[in-house]
Ligand binder design. Structure first.
Ligand SMILES: [Mg+2]
Length: 412
């Protein structure tokens, strides 16, 4: 497909490897190829417990699919080859695939072992139009790993994800910006994110079978039925999805802790220590351009018994005040009964790089104060298009103060 991509539209790719575990098995054991192959639990002659992880395409012809009880898969095709998963091997190839994706754009959000979103908005100068980028990615994956993946290309994540699934295996599906609604209309409502069996039934009863049916309903009608989520559903059905490709760091968590010289029973002192820890942690996160969603208090009592309490927020944070208040609240909620404290600490996990989606367009590190610049840039880009703005110039002249040192921490 060869058509023009509007210059202001984002370019989002969803890459999904085809029957991944099974494909890796076929890669490593050529004698499996072309035969029904099931990766999962031991079927034990039809009495096995556990489920199917992945079935290859020949096995799918027998109606075998992921998450099906292995005993049922055995009944459907007793002569299939059943193998246990070799997850270390899968993750090795997964790393290879993700590295290939990163070579096209650093803005990548890995969703699972074999699936990722890529924001290639800034990559057209290097790799050509979106459909070429997708083709090059597919070719690179095939030549470097011997496996195939399906790619969806669109202006947002939802459409890209739907698209990658349409022509599996080895698919390449492009939805041009502006044609989202036509693209989605004939598809069953189950393709909408978050629509499970029950919701689908409910909607079917109301005469809504395709995504187009939902798009044609009054927005208020869906909001009345499902509240805020109804609005979300309606927007998706019209192909509206502004979520960014969120870059997660490979780093899983960051923490700071203090062991007291002597076990402490003065809880006010413990809280003061938590204040200091929160400050330290916040500064360290800001230096590393990290924000996180889950804040964990760690507490070790005299005698080494250790407890943790976590709170997950709806947004990413790294400010001392938030870390502090969550940690203190959790500390106060613990049953303490006059016990002495040996160690306290705060950890933050579910990390994301500050500014996520825009981060690497600049080719170097962001600092928190750059978040404002980023949103300004997005606005300008939306108005005037990419070419009008020279990012480097903006960065140099307006943001970096003379003499201020650059961020020294490397990204994780
Ligand atoms: Mg897959």
């Amino acid at each position: 497909m060869q058509a023009n991509w509007p210059p202001n539209a984002r370019i989002i790719l969803h890459i999904d490897m085809d029957a991944f575990y099974a494909a890796v098995e076929e890669l490593d054991q050529p004698e499996y190829r072309g035969k029904p192959l099931v990766v999962g639990a031991d079927p034990k002659g039809g009495h096995g417990r556990g489920v199917v992880s992945t079935a290859n395409y020949p096995a799918r012809k027998f109606g075998i699919h992921s998450a099906m009880p292995i005993s049922q898969a055995y009944k459907r095709c007793p002569h299939a080859i059943f193998v246990r998963g070799r997850y270390a091997r899968y993750s090795e190839i997964s790393t290879q695939v993700m590295d290939i994706l990163k070579s096209f754009s650093p803005i990548i959000q890995q969703i699972s072992i074999d699936e990722a979103f890529l924001d290639a908005t800034g990559a057209t100068n290097l790799y050509g139009p979106p459909q070429y980028i997708a083709r090059k990615i597919k070719d690179a994956i095939r030549s470097q790993t011997g496996l195939t993946g399906s790619v969806g290309v669109a202006a947002n994540k939802f459409i890209a994800k739907v698209a990658s699934d349409l022509e599996k295996p080895d698919g390449l599906t492009v939805c041009l910006p502006g044609s989202e609604q036509t693209f989605l209309a004939p598809l069953p409502i189950r393709k909408l994110w978050g629509v499970g069996e029950k919701t689908a039934e409910k909607l079917n009863k109301l005469g809504m079978k395709t995504i187009g049916d939902i798009a044609n309903v009054e927005q208020g009608h869906l909001m009345h039925m499902f509240g805020k989520w109804g609005l979300h559903l309606w927007q998706l059905s019209r192909g509206i999805d502004s979520r960014a490709v969120e870059q997660f760091t490979t780093r899983k968590s960051i923490s700071e802790e203090t062991t007291f010289e002597e076990d402490v029973m003065d809880y006010a002192f413990v809280e003061k220590t938590l204040f200091r820890i929160a400050d330290r942690l916040s500064r360290s996160m800001q230096r590393k351009n990290l924000k996180g969603r889950t804040v964990t208090l760690k507490l070790r009592w005299q005698g080494f018994e250790t407890h943790t309490r976590s709170k997950t927020l709806n947004e990413y944070v790294n400010d001392a005040e938030t870390l502090r208040s969550i940690a203190v609240r959790q500390f106060r909620a613990m049953s303490r009964e006059g016990r002495r404290v040996r160690l306290v600490g705060i950890g933050v996990s579910q990390l994301n790089t500050v500014g996520g989606e825009q981060l690497s367009l600049f080719g170097h590190q962001q600092s928190p104060q750059n978040e404002k610049l980023e949103s300004l840039l997005s606005e300008l880009k939306a108005k005037f298009g990419d070419a009008v703005i020279t990012r480097a110039a903006l960065m140099e002249s307006k943001i970096r103060k003379p003499g201020s040192s650059k961020n020294e921490d490397s990204k994780n």
